[in-house]
Design a protein around this ligand. Structure first.
Ligand code: NOJ
Length: 766
């Protein structure tokens, strides 16, 4: 009977063969009348002095200098003198409008300011950090989160967000993996598109950091990047290109060196690739003070470097004061031309025009709207739902014959760890305008969920790390209530005492908000010593333990995997506490999948599934060491949890993929179909993944590459056929000469629930 049901539902549930579609709202730029814009800007520029043009190229943070009396502040004076085109990270309608008023009413030509902000994963309604958002594999949800962030930002005076960051991040030691969509170029491109389209329903997006910032050697932030152009084009560039194709209005260049030249002044990168090859027509801004930092990279003085940056194609100088301070002199010395400056100025004015600022300089920022939408009920509800989608269940072993999760709301539950009572950390790194006073701590979330049903006992249990000074620095959070550095022995005793009285122990450990993000490289991805000591003491009690691993990156959980029955990765968010209870207590089945490979030990980094084959390969999972092969002496091969992996509260089975034809021409396409069945006892969401491998090509190709995926929700016992269309594009790559080609030959077509667990069939391209 069950089989019959499965067959019937398979017949009726053939899935759409097209990848998840993004339902698009209208792009704010789409109504621009280009002829009218050009005429307007021609006219305006004909009236601008050189200094006013350079002023447009200048960007500074607004900070707190502006509140109250903007004209008394250095920023205000610069605006009034027409020497500032853009400010960033100013919070609130009053502040942004106060600055705008100076620009419009005090500067000679009244050119409005472009107000920007690092709205990275939400304004006040905070979504999980971007890495966590990517773990939803849900492009509609990512799009929705960007729309919500844009709505709140626009209402509060922000016209431009410095997001999305789409840097491929292979090395988890790099703290900014948190801001990325992980290690995969295909998934990263989809995320880039969804975010750009979401933001640009209301404000301008900025794709960053162009380019290769995630390739920093040894995962050390701001370090050297050095890679082949094939690798750039095949592995690192696709998400930036996807953002350009999605119509992103601006691009931020990166701090690092590309091919020996800082990206900030790399003409090949900015002009040849970005503008000419990809057709980017928008605004190019540098990263923070990076024109000035070129000097530290060893490339001369500010004046010379400003010339290089401008000639490379940069339009706006963030915080270096190089363009405003030195380009006039360079013009008089013939080092740049008026046309170079005009090009940059025009790009800035075009962005302002397209955003409608010349028509209404105050169109961003509306107190009534801000009150209505900022952290409103609807946005919080969406964030709670989406946050629950981001958690990745890594392990869920049986305890007394039944999977430990979901937990029952009964008996006594101990909630232990430094993340239990923190409000400032809950929304995660880079939460520029978070409002922690409005968010629930984990303790509060659990209290609400368990009220009248179970007893909750809480303890901090340990410090984040043993070094007090480092803890105080990273736990500075976003201000007010840093996680306290406590007496280690007393904290451990408290934790053991409450665990003894409990039926189950939930540990909230890992990273606080600012243990990942900019400038937070780690040399060790294992749980830090005090946290491990706590887990050792608790597991000695023989109680069932659920580890909630808070993280902004892949971490190394080998010991935890060996000793604990249940582990779930958690990626922050203002609604994290409620969302966690939804999942832990079973109202929602977890559906997140890893977008980074999680190593067994730190020494495996950078670890990623789509590596090039080695001449002496060893299969993932092999633990016996053999000489003269590509394995480590001291650790099993491959990740502990692979890219694409994540459990649900149900189980799924996959058929082998079936092709509509075993051969295709380079202009044709075939369909690959896989039958997926929910073999468990409750409804759950599965992410069905398609990988390909080019068996023989003119250059070495990755062992596996994600080329499509589908999120499907199936009832218990239900089956669905998922069909992917394989087109030339999915099989093409950039060859040695950087031409995008499809080379005929044999391709493995693989489908499955994650990058390791796949079934394969062969496709021949004629
Ligand atoms: C530096 C960071 O690299 C960049 O991502 C950010 O947008 C700017 N600072 C502005 O805050």
């Amino acid at each position: 009977m069950k089989r019959l049901l499965i067959i019937l539902s398979a017949l009726f549930c053939a899935a759409n063969i097209y990848a998840q579609k993004i339902e698009k709202g209208k792009d704010i730029f789409s109504d621009t009348d280009i002829t009218a814009m050009n005429a307007f800007i021609d006219n305006l520029m004909s009236r601008m002095t050189l200094e006013e043009k350079l002023g447009q190229l200048n960007q500074l943070p607004g900070g707190s200098i502006v509140t109250g009396a903007p004209l008394d502040s250095p920023t205000g004076r610069l605006i009034a003198e027409g020497k500032l085109g853009s400010v960033f990270n100013v919070k609130g309608v009053e502040e942004t409008h106060a600055l705008q008023k100076v620009a419009v009413e005090q500067s000679r030509l009244g050119i409005p300011l472009l107000v920007a902000m690092d709205v990275i994963h939400g304004y006040e309604t905070m979504f999980p950090v971007p890495l966590g958002m990517s773990c939803t594999w849900d492009m509609d949800a990512i799009y929705e989160s960007a729309c919500i962030a844009a709505e709140e930002s626009a209402a509060n005076g922000v016209a431009w967000t410095f997001s999305p960051m789409v840097d491929i991040a292979l090395d988890a030691r790099w703290g900014r993996q948190a801001e990325s969509a992980g290690e995969d170029p295909y998934l990263g491109s989809k995320v880039a598109e969804a975010m750009v389209k979401g933001y640009q329903t209301q404000i301008m997006a900025c794709v960053k950091h162009f380019a290769l910032y995630g390739g920093a050697e040894a995962g050390l932030d701001y370090q050297t990047v050095d890679m082949s152009r094939q690798r750039m084009f095949n592995q690192y560039f696709p998400p930036y290109k996807a953002a350009v194709e999605a119509g992103v209005g601006s691009v931020m260049s990166s701090f690092n060196i590309v091919d020996g030249i800082p990206a900030t002044a790399n003409r090949w990168l900015i002009t040849d690739v970005l503008r000419q090859q990809w057709g980017f027509k928008g605004l190019l801004v540098t990263d923070y003070a990076s024109i000035a930092e070129m000097n530290i990279h060893g490339l001369g003085e500010l004046q010379e470097n400003s010339v290089r940056a401008l000639l490379a194609g940069t339009d706006m100088d963030m915080c270096a004061n190089g363009f405003l301070g030195t380009l006039a002199q360079s013009l008089s010395e013939g080092k740049v031309t008026q046309a170079d400056i005009d090009r940059a100025c025009r790009h800035v004015l075009e962005a302002k025009y397209k955003l409608g600022l010349f028509k209404d300089p105050y169109r961003f920022g509306d107190k009534k709207k801000a009150k209505a939408v900022t952290y409103c009920e609807a946005n919080r509800k969406a964030a709670r739902r989406i946050t629950a989608e981001s958690f990745v269940l890594l392990k869920n072993d049986a305890y007394h014959g039944q999977s430990l999760l979901p937990l029952k709301k009964q008996g006594t539950i101990a909630l232990i760890g430094p993340l239990v009572d923190t409000r400032t950390d809950i929304s995660g790194t880079w939460s520029t305008v978070q409002a922690p006073e409005k968010y629930k701590t984990l303790r509060e979330g659990f209290q609400d969920a368990l009220k009248g049903k179970a007893t909750l006992l809480c303890a901090q249990g340990c410090n984040l790390l043993d070094n007090k000074k480092t803890q105080e620095t990273v736990a500075r959070g976003h201000g007010n209530e840093p996680i306290p550095f406590v007496d280690a022995d007393a904290a451990l005793q408290d934790a053991v005492a409450i665990a003894k009285q409990s039926d189950v122990v939930v540990c909230a450990l890992g990273e606080c908000a600012w243990m990942s993000g900019e400038g937070t490289s780690r040399s060790q991805l294992e749980l830090y010593a005090p946290q491990r000591r706590l887990l050792e003491a608790l597991s000695a009690l023989g109680k069932p333990i659920v580890l909630l691993n808070f993280a902004g990156r892949a971490t190394a959980l080998q010991w935890e995997d060996e000793h604990l029955p249940a582990i779930m990765n958690v990626w922050f968010g203002s609604e994290c506490a409620d969302a966690l209870c939804d999942v832990l207590f079973g109202e929602v089945s977890p559906s997140g999948r890893l977008t980074v490979s999680m190593p067994r030990v730190t020494g495996q980094e950078p670890l990623y599934y789509n590596r090039l084959p080695s001449g002496r390969p060893v299969a993932d999972g092999t633990s016996d060491y053999s000489v003269f092969t590509g394995n480590y002496i001291d650790v099993a091969q491959g990740p502990l949890y692979p890219f694409g992996y994540g459990l649900t509260y149900s189980t799924f089975s996959y058929s082998a993929p079936r092709l509509s034809a075993n051969e295709m021409t380079s202009k044709g396409s075939v369909e690959a179909t896989v039958t997926v069945t929910n073999t468990g006892s409750r409804e759950a969401t599965e992410v069905v993944q398609l990988y390909i491998h080019d068996r023989a090509a003119s250059i070495s190709r990755p062992v596996k590459e994600l080329k499509d995926f589908r999120r499907i929700t199936l009832k218990a016992g239900e089956s669905q056929e998922v069909t992917f269309r394989i087109t030339a594009d999915k099989l093409s790559f950039y060859n040695y000469d950087l031409q995008y080609v499809l080379e005929p030959g044999e391709f493995d077509i693989m489908t499955g629930p994650d990058s390791q667990n796949v079934q394969s069939t062969l496709l021949t391209v004629k």
